[in-house]
Design a protein around this ligand. Structure first.
Ligand code: NAD
Length: 490
């Protein structure tokens, strides 16, 4: 901990305040302090200490914002974040080391290296559904790469936002790591400033606003967006395990309010009834006969999101197609796990990202048709396949473009820090996790070293015939031509 205590400050945050904040952080960055290995390590250790000491407060904040079950908080918010810190502490020295590069004959004699350097002052804007992980994970990358960073948590999870502001104010070096709380106005004020990178997590509509603002300053962006992540289920699977793993990725991840939750399932017409039965059986064993009362399911984050989801269920196009669930309690913002069979493609539930506890199942005659269904939409953040058929796995990997693919499970690719996590097309750009987080906030600077020997006159004017012939032969890789030019043979 150092510097002024910013934990209790709540002031109006406008363009002027944003501008002076960036100036302040630029002074700190220019001093060089954030570049040192020691500073980076000390800040990552401070974050680790913070989550270790404040675990109960974090669990409480998430209970208040989302009724998130403590076990989910411990695994997906705290556990995953601690893992990021630990990987960074272990590998940072290696990530920071310059990388030798091969040189070309043209520059002989020479040597070359790629030097990772921090970008400067960066902005992280995060979303409400995993408010700690989605805020702190990019911050670890920014710090590890030696940047000064401002975090703007989501106002939709107010208890988490306020706790983040308080804790980062207390535990971090506030000359270089700051939190700005707020909603659209505050974010707009931040976006008007010149940053060296903006890392945004959230929906694509705001992603476009962020990118347009960044374009004004030629600021690069990482956009971690969402989409409709499909789950294709073959008939040759272990049905019980498949059902459990779909439920785990859908309802045990914030009750479907997760960017890589299965959005919809595709299976064959023949197999669909068996899959529905297996899902019903496992859902009941996990959440009981009255899931709306279950403490093992998060609630819907806000009344706006509740209304958005109910609109999908009230859509005439899905009338009579709900085969499980559908119960709701507006006063508690609760919606039971709900399965909808064969919703038409133009229904609301099939045309928008669901981001909640509703699971449509689409049926096809042959599983290969699933590629057409998936490819008719925008590129999703994740795509899942359950099958025992190796050939079909290969086809799936070849034919489906998504941020990430996972075969025979859901969501777990997220925890593998050696895999980049990010979208493609409408699901985003750029990636993070593990070394990819460091890279997201790093410029790889190319450096070529030469001495004063071997200063061949051929590169300098006057461009004589001999020089021209020699150069042509060299460029063509024509050894005989080189010899001819050198000896003046025609
Ligand atoms: P949100 O409402 O919390 O918004 C995200 C951020 O954008 C917030 O900090 C908010 O203050 C800011 N914001 C909102 N409107 C703005 C505006 N007009 N101008 C500037 N800033 C604005 O979160 P959300 O968008 O509801 O999040 C859900 C979406 O995010 C889903 O699409 C989901 O798939 C996606 N998501 C993606 C990931 C990922 O890692 N790829 C993770 C979580 C969520």
């Amino acid at each position: 901990m150092s510097g002024e205590d910013h934990s209790q400050k709540k002031v109006m945050f406008d363009g002027e305040a944003a501008s002076s904040l960036v100036k302040e952080l630029r002074v700190s960055f220019s001093s060089g302090k954030t570049r040192s290995y020691e500073w980076r390590i000390s800040q990552v250790k401070a974050l680790l200490k913070m989550v270790d000491e404040q675990q109960d407060q974090i669990i409480d904040a998430l209970r208040s914002d989302l009724a998130k079950p403590p076990l989910e908080t411990v695994v997906y918010e705290i556990g995953m974040f601690k893992n990021s810190c630990e990987v960074t502490l272990k590998e940072l020295k290696q990530w920071m080391a310059p990388e030798k590069a091969k040189t070309s004959v043209t520059t002989f004699p020479s040597s070359a290296e790629i030097v990772p350097e921090p970008l400067g002052v960066v902005l992280v804007i995060s979303a409400w559904n995993y408010p700690f992980l989605l805020s702190l994970d990019p911050v670890v990358g920014a710090i590890a790469a030696g940047n000064a960073v401002v975090l703007k948590p989501s106002e939709i999870a107010p208890a988490s936002s306020s706790l983040l502001a308080n804790l980062l104010g207390r535990y971090m070096d506030n000359s270089s790591v700051r939190v700005v709380e707020g909603a659209v106005d505050e974010t707009t004020a931040l976006l008007q400033q010149k940053w060296d990178k903006i890392f945004y997590t959230g929906n694509g509509k705001v992603g476009r606003i962020v990118m347009a603002a960044a374009a004004k300053h030629l600021t690069p962006v990482v956009l971690e967006l969402g989409g409709k992540s499909p789950t294709v289920v073959d008939s040759n699977v272990n049905l019980e395990v498949t059902a459990r793993r779909i439920i785990s990725g859908k309802w045990c991840c914030n009750n479907g309010q997760a960017c890589i939750s299965p959005d919809y399932v595709i299976t064959t017409k023949d197999f669909a009834p068996k899959l529905v039965d297996a899902l019903k059986k496992e859902l009941e064993s996990f959440f009981g006969k009255n899931p709306i009362e279950s403490n093992d399911l998060s609630r819907i984050v806000s009344s706006n999101h509740f209304a958005r989801l109910i609109k999908m269920l009230d859509d005439d196009k899905v009338s009579g197609k709900i085969v499980y669930g559908g119960e709701k309690d507006e006063s508690k913002l609760r919606i039971a796990p709900t399965i909808v069979l064969d919703a038409p493609q133009d229904s609301l539930i099939m045309s928008e990202e669901i981001f909640g506890p509703l699971l449509p199942i689409i049926t096809v005659n042959k599983l290969e048709e699933s590629f057409d269904v998936i490819n008719a939409g925008t590129k999703p953040l994740a795509a899942y396949l359950f099958t025992n058929d190796n050939k079909f796995k290969e086809q799936f990997v070849k034919n489906v473009s998504a941020g990430g693919l996972l075969i025979n499970d859901t969501v777990l690719h997220l925890v593998v820090h050696t895999l980049p996590f990010g979208g493609v097309g409408d699901s985003g750009m750029g990636a993070y996790h593990g070394k990819f987080s460091f890279d997201a906030f790093t410029h790889r600077k190319a450096v070529l070293y030469r001495g004063f020997t071997g200063d061949a006159s051929i590169r300098y004017p006057p461009y004589t015939d001999t020089k021209q012939k020699l150069m042509k032969a060299l460029v063509a890789g024509d050894v005989t031509g080189v010899v001819r030019a050198l000896f003046g043979w025609s």
